[in-house]
Design a binder for this molecule. Structure first.
Ligand code: GLA
Length: 408
């Protein structure tokens, strides 16, 4: 354990930031300095994520392939002499102030709850001895399903931990963000978003086993990349649909525990054949919900084999299958996402597409040959505009380095 504590503390600061990221970081430091009248002592960065295969498997103790993306959030902080926290949202230029010893979730300025939740998590490791001034600024489109909230939690936890002289392994940092979602935002999410944000590596996917917490990079073919297609359709995570899906999976796991002759503590323990054998003995809705994470676990394992053999075409097919399972069984897709995925099926150069993350809106992730990325993105925008009057937002995504301190 101690080994990990020290290892993380000594990770090198990155030498290179893209121009866009450098500009964003400079903008945050300028806003911090203008607002608080001094330079920040510590600055951290955390990226958003795309989920590539393994949908709603994390809280079912299953497998996920994901990646940290080239969009993220910077967090700047400096110690104060009193016990106050002054927190500035750099995009809104709105400030929230509270006592460092009492971070309490509020209905106004809900964005502050994510940081308060992380502060509460860190305070349970070590009681704060002083307050701080902090500001954050990011470029992840909000509500796009690219985990802007996990990025904020992760960069806030990294920076505040450094300010308070708390050293934590990566997984514990991810868990602090997850707990903030549960208790300060009311979403019973798994650990995927925070894990992807902090474990991301350049040109690699993150393969996570959410039972053993074995989390490792897996090389990604060089001639393909991802497109993120943001539909701007409403993301309903905080509206209870996500929590309802999670409950249905737990009900299904409890059912399988009573009928199977091996231990079942989560849907991870149920095979596709077992699902087929018992689906008619179950409530139909619960059976369909369970089918999705069970099938997704198999697809992730098949996907790893495809990546190892460099077979991007078969990997893409698994992504299409994953979306179909979302649409039919889990019912966490929506017409806007289906439009993107259906269009993707007939556009040259595209190998696969699926929704990414919680679902119910947000973004689809598309796997495309690098040389076709621009034309394929244009074709998706046109198909979307044909259906909805205006195009979806498309961006080329590169698998990027995970969260880190940029000034410490
Ligand atoms: C959201 C949650 C994650 C995960 C995905 C679906 O992004 O925050 O924990 O459950 O949905 O795979």
């Amino acid at each position: 354990m101690l080994f990990f504590l020290h290892l993380y503390d000594k990770l090198p600061l990155p030498f290179f930031l893209s121009n866009a990221m450098q500009t964003l970081q400079n903008e945050l430091i300028a806003k911090f300095s203008a607002h608080f009248g001094r330079e920040p002592e510590i600055v951290s960065y955390a990226p958003g994520r795309i989920e590539v295969l393994g949908n709603h498997t994390d809280y079912n103790e299953g497998y996920v392939l994901s990646a940290a993306i080239n969009y993220g959030t910077f967090f700047a902080v400096s110690k104060r002499a009193d016990n106050e926290v002054h927190l500035l949202a750099g995009d809104l230029m709105e400030e929230v102030a509270f006592d460092v010893r009492q971070p309490i979730a509020e209905k106004e300025s809900m964005w502050a709850n994510y940081v308060k939740g992380c502060l509460a998590g860190l305070s349970s490791v070590k009681a704060p001895q002083f307050g701080f001034d902090a500001a954050f600024l990011g470029n992840i489109p909000l509500g796009s399903g690219l985990s802007s909230s996990a990025a904020l939690e992760t960069c806030a936890t990294l920076a505040i931990a450094r300010l308070f002289d708390i050293t934590l392994p990566k997984l514990e940092i991810a868990k602090i963000g997850q707990k903030a979602e549960h208790t300060f935002a009311g979403v019973k999410c798994g650990l995927l978003d925070q894990v992807s944000s902090i474990y991301g590596e350049e040109n690699a996917l993150v393969l996570s086993d959410f039972r053993s917490f074995d989390i490792k990079p897996i090389a990604f073919p060089e001639d393909v990349c991802f497109l993120m297609c943001n539909t701007h359709a409403k993301h309903a995570l905080v509206d209870g649909a996500y929590n309802e899906r999670r409950e249905s999976c737990e009900i299904a796991a409890r059912f399988f525990a009573t009928v199977l002759d091996h231990p079942v503590s989560a849907l991870r323990d149920v095979s596709w054949n077992e699902w087929l054998r018992f689906r008619d003995s179950m409530d139909d809705r619960i059976a369909r919900r369970a089918a999705h994470p069970i099938g997704e676990d198999t697809r992730v394992l098949e996907g790893i084999d495809c990546l190892r053999s460099g077979d991007a075409a078969s990997f893409g097919k698994l992504m299409f299958d994953s979306h179909e399972s979302s649409r039919v069984y889990f019912e966490n897709s929506c017409p806007e996402l289906d439009t993107v995925v259906n269009a993707a099926k007939s556009i040259p150069g595209i190998l696969g597409a699926r929704l990414s993350g919680g679902g119910f809106g947000g973004s689809a992730v598309v796997l495309v040959n690098k040389r076709d990325a621009e034309t394929a993105a244009e074709a998706i925008r046109n198909a979307y505009a044909h259906q909805y009057g205006s195009p979806c937002d498309t961006r080329i995504i590169s698998c990027s380095q995970g969260a880190h301190l940029v000034k410490a």
